[in-house]
Write a protein that binds this ligand. Structure first.
Ligand SMILES: Cc1cc2nc3c(=O)[nH]c(=O)nc-3n(C[C@H](O)[C@H](O)[C@H](O)COP(=O)(O)OP(=O)(O)OC[C@H]3O[C@@H](n4cnc5c(N)ncnc54)[C@H](O)[C@@H]3O)c2cc1C
Ligand SMILES: NC(=O)c1ccc[n+]([C@@H]2O[C@H](COP(=O)([O-])OP(=O)(O)OC[C@H]3O[C@@H](n4cnc5c(N)ncnc54)[C@H](OP(=O)(O)O)[C@@H]3O)[C@@H](O)[C@H]2O)c1
Length: 248
């Protein structure tokens, strides 16, 4: 099916670090579910360069929001980082993807594990109603290299204030010590039990569902760890406990 592009207009840009930034965009896109993505594109050197990006804003909020890392020599992110309010870009009207809570079976605990910019997809999910209706505790774990990359702290604080003890946020910083964060990778903190201890919630096949998003090596290694615990990937034909999305 041919892609249906609509024109988007940048409303605002926020820089979190030299490499990390967010764009707010107005565009007449079709309805979507929290967890889905669309494609953004720009005409560069006579060619339309398009890449998938997860919606950060929940479906009922506007403007649209996207969270990026500027990839060195990355054609689209190198262009996006130069956009300012009033600039135009292309947005695919139709949403895509199955990384949504509709694909996740019920459980007592919902774990949302991410690295880097994949935090964004979970903010959309956390700002929607479904997780709070369906799970007794929701745990977000966000792994980054250095503390300044722990973006959206204000949004996470709002979610914490709104949902209290039903929500636990755990940040992990792998390459430096940082106050209020675990030092290390998500995989390390699962293996040594720190993640479950801090969240006061288990990661097991009996009580938990786990969504994992971001760095493909993290997704692979985390999935392997959970499989060792008897958890399995969710398939429509055979429900399991692990739902994944890789960003590259
Ligand atoms: C379903 C899906 C959703 C995505 N959502 C987002 C999103 O919300 N935000 C976002 O920044 N990216 C997201 N991506 C990645 C995005 O589509 C592009 O790959 C990325 O922006 C690089 O594009 P580029 O043209 O600048 O560089 P490319 O030349 O396409 O660079 C690709 C390389 O950049 C690196 N890379 C790509 N994405 C990331 C990332 N997010 N973090 C760290 N390194 C990365 C990898 O090494 C990859 O091989 C998503 C990808 C998928 C498949
Ligand atoms: N973040 C930056 O400041 C920066 C700057 C310039 C360019 N870039 C480029 O951006 C891309 C990715 O950067 P990023 O910082 O967003 O993401 P990243 O490299 O995916 O790192 C995010 C977090 O994931 C962890 N991780 C990596 N592999 C893992 C695995 N197998 N299991 C568990 N955890 C794992 C990292 O730990 P470790 O630290 O232990 O690897 C880090 O804590 C790279 O191409 C990089 O060169 C990043």
């Amino acid at each position: 099916m041919a892609t249906s592009w609509v024109e988007g207009c940048v409303v605002s840009k926020r820089h979190w670090t030299d490499e990390l930034f967010s764009l707010q965009i107005n565009a007449p896109v079709e309805p979507y579910q929290a967890g889905q993505f669309t494609r953004l594109a720009a005409d560069i050197g006579g060619e339309r360069i398009a890449r998938p990006y997860s919606y950060v804003n929940p479906p009922d909020q506007r403007p649209l929001e996207f969270y990026f890392i500027t990839v060195p020599d990355g054609p689209l992110t190198s262009h996006m980082v130069g956009l300012e309010a009033g600039d135009k870009l292309w947005v695919q009207a139709r949403p895509a993807g199955f990384f949504t809570l509709d694909e996740v079976p019920d459980a007592e605990y919902l774990w949302l594990l991410c690295t880097g910019t994949a935090l964004g997809v979970f903010l959309a999910i956390l700002k929607s109603e479904q997780p709070w209706r369906r799970f007794s505790r929701v745990v977000l774990a966000h792994g980054v290299r250095s503390a300044p990359e722990l973006a959206y702290r204000d949004t996470i604080a709002e979610i914490q204030a709104q949902h209290g003890d039903q929500f636990r946020m755990i940040s992990l910083v792998s390459r430096e010590d940082s106050e209020c964060s675990i030092r290390g990778r998500i995989t390390h903190a699962i293996e040594d039990g720190r993640l479950e201890a801090i969240a006061a919630a288990p990661i097991n096949a009996e009580q938990a569902q786990v969504m994992i998003c971001g760095n493909p090596d993290m997704v692979r290694d985390t999935t392997a760890l959970l499989e060792q615990r008897g958890m399995s990937k969710n398939r429509r034909s055979k429900p399991g406990h692990i739902t994944i999305e890789r960003y590259w």
